[in-house]
Design a protein. Sequence first.
Length: 268
Amino acid sequence: MCGTAPRDGDRLCRLCGEELAGGQAVTGSFTPPPPAADPAGTAETDVPPSPWSRPWYAQRQFQAVGAGLLLLVLVLSIGLTLSRGGDAAPSSDAGAVGEHTTTDDVWTEEPYTEEPYTEEPYTEDPYTATTPELSADEQATLDLDALADEGLSGADEVYGTWLAQLSSKAPGVQDEYQTTADGSHVFGAADIRAQVQELSARSDLGRIIVLRSTDYGERQTYQGQAMWVVFSDNGFGSKKEVRAWCREHFDGTGAELENACIPRRPSP
């Protein structure tokens, strides 16, 4: 007994829980025994032990609460694990049931091989000058000037001798007795070159010489341009001899004949 006074009808102590003496309910009033005399002469009141004097972890209340918290944490952990496993998408690399698969990639370092440096030989592109395309008259002018330069190189041999003049024209000259290939009476450089080629092709006219009108005599011009003059050199001895030769090789009379063939004796 802890000394706590029981009430009527109690079988157990209300404070310590011990069974009352004899296991019978106590009836009537209970008078606790007087305290024993203190041999030292100091009386102390015996304090019954309290259940709260035991450590907190040995008390039943805290043990029950701790077990409940531990159970709650365990349940939450299992639920979280199951939820993660259900939400995870199946791996595309998973093999068939019973098949052993591995997703570990083994990294292997490729051996380094240095490629030999090959220097390309330097080749410089040659510069190609592009000549603009010339018109027919521009090209004809170049051709006629080349013939005139050739004629001038041997002009000393014919200066002062009788020659038959067969043509004398510059670009833009109008000849009422002669026509171009397209039927015009106005001659361009290409038309003049065509006429010179035609005269040179006639074997009965002898040696053909081309001079510029500014290379001999009075150095006449047409609208500020030098004319290309075509001569035939057949070793003529006189003016009369040239006229007779012209009548034999060209048609027409009077002004028409003189327009096609006329005696000339160029001077330097």
